[in-house]
Design a protein around this ligand. Structure first.
Ligand code: ABU
Length: 447
């Protein structure tokens, strides 16, 4: 039931967002709840293909309610004894699925925050003194999402971090991790794999090959709230460096300038405490009103100093309970089915007039395609045709939203004009919903 922002802000059909200051009746509160859902988007609907996270997993929904019932904070064992241990257990299981014998991690509010944690860890790995002294006086650090490592080195910079992607947001592409890892190892560079979207393929024997070599990474972001269907938010940052051993230990030649700076500037003995986890070493602030070292239990189970956050929501219970309920096999079945449904869409697109795939052989559950309505199909001037094509996806999307029948995302990419990106991650999607994508786009775009 789409309305424009100004309509919702002005109030609609008795639904007002205003806080009047007056206490409302219980009846009104219930009406507010109903209206909030009425004017929202039903992301659990099987024709919602708009986002990487979709669906409504009942087990994790129940877990979310229980989490709020407990209403606690992840920062200390003292107030979250079960949840902190549960996080430890789940993190260790995720590390083992990646292929690491050891490791640590945390759940944080989303993939981008976890990627930030990875950058902070990688910097701490090569230059632990930066935590205390800032970046001034150290060589210029550079991080990469593509090529040019050697060029930066020659320019006197210090490559310290490369991020590979397992399941890109738009195309769903997977980087070749072993090749990237080889370069990272050679130059002593931290390798992070952003598997926020693609990490779920590790649960599938059929599709795990897409992340071959992920165990070579230093850290991984993996979001169970995407392809694994756990309700938002549930995003993990994992590292195989359970114990802090700085880069000094393994790449002395390449990092000699940094080593020298660290040795000269080092006046903080704790940055070389090799029994400490890397997350704690780089993020701890030792707030003594929370993390007293003389508590009567094993304070290594307090998680608060592993993060820059302090307060941290309990996100692990949703995943833990869903995992208990479905088992590995349940997640595997779900991943395989979503990819199979996406392949079915690819086959339909290939044989339907007016549709064209952007990437002819999609690897994952992203299917990107253009729709050429009849009015532009036969245009001979390619420039005009592409100018018009660029407007098609936004126009059809607006009609999807006005009609409330289906939602699919669109975007341009590089030189490619606007195209649809269809995602299947919702267990409620069936073959007839995929058929509907084609017929509904044809209906909404017939002119
Ligand atoms: N963090 C990226 C999510 C984007 C998407 O759902 O399309």
């Amino acid at each position: 039931d789409f309305h424009h922002p100004h309509q919702l802000l002005d109030g609609i059909e008795g639904f007002s967002l205003e806080i009047t200051g007056e206490a409302e009746s219980l009846e009104q509160i219930l009406v507010d709840c109903r209206d909030t859902l009425k004017y929202g988007v039903k992301t659990g609907h099987p024709r919602f293909f708009n986002q990487l996270s979709s669906g409504l997993d009942i087990i994790s929904l129940a877990a979310d309610w229980l989490t709020s019932t407990a209403n606690t904070n992840m920062f200390t064992y003292e107030i979250a004894p079960v949840f902190t241990l549960m996080e430890d257990v789940v993190i260790r299981r995720m590390c083992s699925i990646i292929g690491w014998e050891d490791g640590e991690g945390i759940f944080s509010p989303g993939g981008s925050i976890n990627n930030l944690y990875a950058v902070i860890m990688a910097r701490h790995y090569v230059m632990p003194e930066v935590k205390y002294d800032g970046m001034r006086g150290f060589p210029e650090l550079v991080m990469f999402q593509s090529k040019h490592i050697l060029q930066s080195k020659l320019a006197g910079k210090v490559p310290f971090y490369v991020t590979a992607t397992a399941g890109t947001t738009v195309i769903g592409a997977f980087d070749k991790i072993p090749e990237i890892s080889g370069i990272c190892k050679k130059y002593g560079v931290w390798l992070h794999v952003d598997a926020a979207w693609g990490g779920a393929v590790m649960m599938s024997q059929k599709h795990r090959h897409l992340v071959t070599g992920i165990e070579l990474a230093d850290s991984v972001t993996w979001n169970p709230h995407k392809m694994m269907g756990v309700v938002l938010q549930c995003s993990a940052l994992l590292t195989r460096h359970k114990v802090l051993v700085t880069a000094v230990m393994y790449d002395v030649i390449n990092l000699l300038p940094i080593v020298m700076s660290c040795l000269v500037l080092s006046r903080h003995s704790d940055v070389r405490n090799t029994s400490q986890g890397i997350l704690e070493s780089c993020n701890e602030m030792n707030a003594d009103y929370l993390f007293q070292q003389d508590k009567h239990y094993d304070v290594t189970y307090d998680t608060g100093d592993k993060t820059i956050q302090c307060g941290r929501h309990v996100d692990v219970f949703k995943l833990w309970l869903a995992w208990r309920a479905k088992g590995d096999a349940g997640f595997e079945k779900h991943v395989d089915r979503c990819i199979e449904l996406s392949r079915y869409l690819v086959r339909k697109i290939r044989k339907t007039r007016g549709f064209e795939l952007v990437n002819p052989e999609p690897e994952y559950a992203n299917v990107c395609f253009w729709y050429f309505p009849p009015c532009i199909r036969n245009l001979s001037d390619e420039t005009i045709k592409h100018e018009k094509l660029n407007k098609v996806a936004p126009l059809i999307k607006s009609r999807m939203m006005e009609n409330g029948t289906i939602m699919i995302g669109y975007q341009p990419l590089g030189s490619k004009v606007n195209f649809f990106r269809n995602i299947v991650s919702n267990p409620a999607v069936d073959y007839d919903d995929i058929d509907f994508i084609i017929t509904e786009i044809e209906r909404l775009g017939r002119d």
